[in-house]
Design a protein around this ligand. Structure first.
Ligand code: C2E
Ligand code: MG
Ligand code: MG
Ligand code: MG
Length: 289
């Protein structure tokens, strides 16, 4: 760690810290060029299933980055860098464009869900961008869903809510992601009428062993029914978990049991080649971070 050198208050970086800073700067530069060249950036799609009918209602678009030397890097690692270094608009544009173009071709008419960072709200650019992408792809607005994470929404100003309202007015659906992990989950529900609430995967992971987690799932399912908000459970991996959330009346499920994130047909051969080149399997990409 950095040491304050006595009274002079000079901050000294340890070699380990300097290395970390260097690596982060390098990663930022690489991310910038990957986005510029659209090289090594992909979008994977994961099905979200109606628990009663078994039908795929939505597919979530999840960004993937294959670094030329490091191989696959988790979005949990590079999305925060993009957010902090002014690259998130570019990243979002890539995902929005790819996802809308792809979804416009789906024969089952399922919706596509795209993750949006909270710092994209309230700037006056998000709504026009989304409108332009929809027009260009020919995707109907009611087939697009925007996912916003809980933690990121914390402390939102009115400009953010205005953007959400405008999106809702043109028919785009709004989902509250990672529900239950933020600082003020319930107050978010008061701020805005969300169409969907996605219960974070950490709750379902522990339902068998932690009564608290099971109670949270039960509570949110009930809340969803009362407020007429579609409840989705993330991270469903076993049929026992699916049985539990069905019994509690959750509407939709997402997780490896129902399907892992996968590339679109057009990208599949390129992904296959990258896996061989780096001896990495899809397992790496689907490891929860
Ligand atoms: P998220 O939006 O909550 O996405 C769900 C994450 O859970 C994904 O991780 C997915 O691969 C993983 N997952 C799905 N099913 C299961 C399961 O059964 N078990 C486990 N253990 N995990 C499962 P991923 O793709 O690594 O993405 C991590 C986060 O990065 C996302 O969380 C989202 O917040 C962010 N992210 C991904 N793509 C984008 C993007 O295009 N834009 C922005 N702003 N953020 C993105
Ligand atoms: Mg999401
Ligand atoms: Mg989530
Ligand atoms: Mg998440």
């Amino acid at each position: 760690a950095a040491k304050a050198a006595g009274k002079g208050q000079v901050l000294v970086f340890s070699p380990a810290m300097e290395l970390r800073v260097r690596e982060r700067l390098r990663l930022e530069a690489d991310l910038r060029s990957a986005l510029e060249m659209k090289d090594g950036m992909f979008v994977f799609y994961q099905p979200i299933v109606d628990i009663e009918t078994g039908r795929v209602t939505t597919r979530e678009a999840l960004v993937r980055w294959h670094h030329p030397d490091k191989g696959w890097i988790s979005p949990a690692q590079f999305v925060p860098i993009a957010e902090q270094r002014g690259l998130i608009e570019q990243l979002s544009m890539f995902v929005l464009q790819s996802a809308s173009r792809e979804a416009a071709r789906w024969p089952d008419g399922a919706r596509v869900a795209v993750n949006i960072s909270a710092n994209q709200l309230g700037k006056g650019t998000l709504v026009p961008t989304i409108l332009a992408v929809l027009v260009r792809s020919g995707l109907s607005p009611d087939r697009l869903e925007v996912e916003l994470t809980e933690t990121a929404l914390f402390g939102s100003e009115t400009g953010c809510i205005d953007d959400l309202r405008r999106l809702r007015d043109i028919g785009v659906r709004i989902a509250l992601d990672d529900f239950g992990t933020g600082y003020s989950s319930l107050s978010h529900l008061q701020m805005f009428r969300f169409d969907k609430v996605k219960i974070d995967g950490t709750f379902i992971r522990h339902i068998a062993t932690r009564p608290e987690s099971a109670a949270v799932v039960k509570f949110v399912a009930d809340l969803g029914r009362r407020l007429d908000i579609t409840t989705v459970v993330e991270g469903v991996e076993t049929s026992e978990q699916l049985d539990y959330i069905r019994k509690e009346g959750c509407r939709e499920a997402q997780g490896y049991l129902l399907g892992a994130p996968a590339p679109c047909d057009a990208d599949a051969p390129a992904i296959e080649r990258l896996h061989h080149a780096h001896r990495q399997s899809l397992q790496v990409l689907n490891r929860k971070t």
